[in-house]
Design a protein around this ligand. Sequence first.
Ligand code: HEM
Length: 508
Amino acid sequence: MTVHPADRGVRDFQPGSHTTTDSGQPVPNDEFSAQVGQQGPQPIHDFYLIEKLAHFNRENIPERLPHAKGSGAFGEFVTTEDISDITCAGLFQKGVKTPMLARFSTVAGEKGSPDTWRDPRGFALKFYTEEGNYDLVGNNTPIFFIRDAIKFPDFIHSQRRKNASGLRNHAMQWDFWTLSPESTHQVTWLMGDRGIPKTWRHMDGFGSHTYQFINAEGVRHWVKFHFKTNQGIDFLTQAEADKLAGENADYHREDLYESIKNGDYPSWDLHVQVMPVDEAETYRYNPFDLTKTWSQRDYPLRKVGTMTLNRNPQNHHAQIEQAAFAPTNIVKGIGFSPDKMLLGRVFAYPDIQRYRIGANYQQVPVNRPLSPVNSYSKEGAMQFEFPHPAQAEYHPNTIGGPSADASKAFDIGSWDTKGSDIYRGDVSPHADDTDQVQAAILYREVMDDAARERLAANIAGHVSAIHPDETELLERVYAYWAAVDEGLCQAVKAGVEAGPRGNHRLQD
Ligand code: HEM
């Protein structure tokens, strides 16, 4: 019988059992180490004392950079609709139930940082499918701050701590954002109500990038993933979030854990937007630009199924910290797209995981697929699974070993590259594309008056941390918002000038 991924790695527990070393030898004493005489030195051959101290020193692994603070739960995804006309992915065939793991997180804060800081939330999913692991590593926002992976380290540096002071600094955040106007849509979203969800259960999740669906006949469509919360969207005001940050840094982690413990299982319905491949070229927005959404009037949501989280982790470190989500993990029927952010991410995640967890991180129980592994990877630190000795360790061979079977394989995607010369430049703008167009729609058409007021107040509060002497930067901030809406700019300016001012300088 297959062991559920959530149950792998758990040791048997027998009440009344005796303590052992990590090698299983019963130990003589839990409280006293060995000593020469009553006041003498401690012998180095008291190996149990050494093991306890030495293992303790190695309890930490590098935290994720970014998305260090988060938590998650196991659950299942059930495909309730027939979408076989657009994808042949096994997990998305009607009636299929797939075990899965979800992890939610903030982006910029460290492992102990408050859950209620204003930040996008990670929405990372791992599906243990019969065709290998499929990961959808998204956020609670359908868009992102930048559209080229080359800017990602700079963007994250602007959000983290200053080299000199070790402090986070709003001046450098606004410096980066105003010099990267493609960030406007995401910053509007971030500073609005959805910038601090009430709980992880009360937010939607998005694949954000455009992906490719491929059906059994090889027909391709572009798709965007939307996970709609069944708990309803809800948010915290800045004041509520600030208070909670002081009272309970783990507010969101605790909420998810307690809900599941109490049998109140959160769920999300998955929908996709589907674009025929030949419509991409003429769509009014560049469909591969991660700073843009596709209008749901143009491409309505189509339901796929429901994800329910119903099992808490049994060990946070083993099952959540060591979990390795990667957009790299695709299965047959789902491919990538020309989105340059996505293509950069496909490299970045397994790379950091080899360093953060170790070369054989896919053998850790939480990351191990349910389907058989037949790769030619070998050795490396902490290898604890290995091929059958009768199997060849190279390809091609005459001994017998796995061979690729294209009919079962994933397809990384295929598209028109628009030329074959090496190119460096921005994505091509489509008819309605500007950096501000969708931020303005969000502000004017999606938000109501109260939400617009909270947006202006949240921006003003954030900008107020900048020292008033940073006049050139402040002018850039006002110009950034004026390009979205003059009224929003004036409301932000009035808010900044009315309130107390901070001491964040670019040079600190
Ligand atoms: C985590 C890189 C953009 C969502 C991470 C990690 C890296 C990374 C290195 C840490 C992974 C780990 O230690 O296991 C990048 C790069 C990006 C990018 C290079 C742009 C080129 C994005 C975007 C999204 C996203 C656009 C959402 C649509 C996440 C999430 C996590 C994460 C949810 C946490 C995964 C978890 O819970 O383990 N990113 N990222 N990232 N990233 Fe990105």
